[in-house]
Design a protein around this ligand. Sequence first.
Ligand SMILES: Nc1ncnc2c1ncn2[C@@H]1O[C@H](COP(=O)(O)OP(=O)(O)O)[C@@H](O)[C@H]1O
Ligand SMILES: [Mg+2]
Length: 294
Amino acid sequence: MKLILENWKKFINEVEIVDTDEDIYDQYQETEEQEEDEGSRLERQQFGYNKETITSLANDLINMTKQNTSWKWKEVVNQIQTKYDITLQMPDSGAFRTAYDIGNNLILKIAKDGWESYKMNGEDKTLGTDASIDGIFPRVYFWSEPIKQNQYSWIVMEKVTPLKTVEEVLKFFDSNLIKKENIKDLASQKAYIDLLAVCLNSTQQTGIISLSSKQHENFILYLLNADKPKDEPKETSIDYKKLAMDFKYMSPTFQKLVKLKKQYPDVEAIELIKPYNCGVGYDGRFVVLDSSIF
Ligand SMILES: Nc1ncnc2c1ncn2[C@@H]1O[C@H](COP(=O)(O)OP(=O)(O)O)[C@@H](O)[C@H]1O
Ligand SMILES: [Mg+2]
């Protein structure tokens, strides 16, 4: 009887196991299908584009601007707007790329001729698709067929609104140790930015950390509400590591920059947080805009 019962139990268990497996398998398949649907739905909704449309739009723009050396913007706009049902803005142009705002928070960057331009698109793509750096760069969603390894004639990236003043940048970096009410003029704002940069560097440095300018140290002492040292000390009286810990604790953006700095130790900390080198992504997060500093 005992044996029968045990066999029965085993049988039941086996049945259960098989059932469960099938359940899981069904669920898994469902989730996969759902994810696919959800993914393409989101893609359509968020971007209003798919890869084919984007590719066609990029190629049209490349051909139209190539064919007419004195290309007439109005004609191009009319044709593109009708064909793709979008509103096209006058593009912004840099030395290497032309950036078209194609709506839906997307920027189409078309490389001007030359491998340097293609490479720059490649660098933007590398940084904009690297999940390990927490979206600190504008996200890159679509790209052309590669011309060579990591060289692209066009990429589509997230639209970023540049942070134009020190004051705007500082909103992303809170501190417990520094009184915000002390940061009221441009000089103290700049001192705060310098302090952020020194603190970012300090997370990698050992030993004594010093600011290049005595004047800025005095400003920082003022921001900290600390007294100026009486005699001229050789070493700084500011504990930058403690300040860095506080920035890390208070600002997720600072945390991301520390991580970035670990991955790219040669990049100048100040370049990451200078107005116009950084901006705000479509979801309000802080992003580093100028990939050419890497
Ligand atoms: N992600 C973006 N969001 C908004 N505007 C952008 C973006 N990328 C570039 N731009 C605009 O396009 C211009 C040219 O792009 P940029 O990347 O600087 O090209 P280049 O490599 O030729 O200097 C920029 O100065 C800026 O005005
Ligand atoms: Mg530029």
